[in-house]
Design a binder for this molecule. Structure first.
Ligand code: SF4
Length: 77
C-alpha cells in the first residue's frame, strides 16, 4: 500500500489535512462544512481502500484517512 500522508507533510499542511474531521469546527477551519470527510470526497479512491486509508488524487502517491479532511474537499456527485 502507498504510504500515509503524514501530518508534517508540507502539501498536506498547506491544505489543512487532518486525520479526524470530527475534531474540526467552522471556527477553527472556515472552509470546513460539518459532515464532510475524505470518504465522501470525489478525490478519495475508495476502490483501493485498505485499513481505513485510500489514495487521494490531491496527494499523489499517498493515502489519506477515510475520516480525514482537507481544504481540497469536493463532494462526490
Ligand atoms: Fe480527503 Fe478529499 Fe482532501 Fe483528499 S482531497 S485529503 S480525499 S478531503
Amino acid at each position: 500500500a502507498a504510504p500515509r500522508l503524514g501530518l508534517d507533510d508540507p502539501q498536506g499542511k498547506a491544505l489543512g489535512y487532518v486525520e479526524d474531521a470530527s475534531k474540526l469546527t467552522v471556527a477553527k477551519e472556515a472552509a470546513y462544512k460539518k459532515g464532510s470527510v475524505c470518504s465522501g470526497c470525489a478525490l478519495f479512491d475508495s476502490s483501493k481502500s485498505e485499513g481505513g486509508y485510500a489514495p487521494c488524487l490531491a496527494f499523489s502517491g499517498k493515502t489519506v484517512n477515510a475520516k480525514g479532511w482537507c481544504r481540497a474537499f469536493a463532494a462526490k456527485s
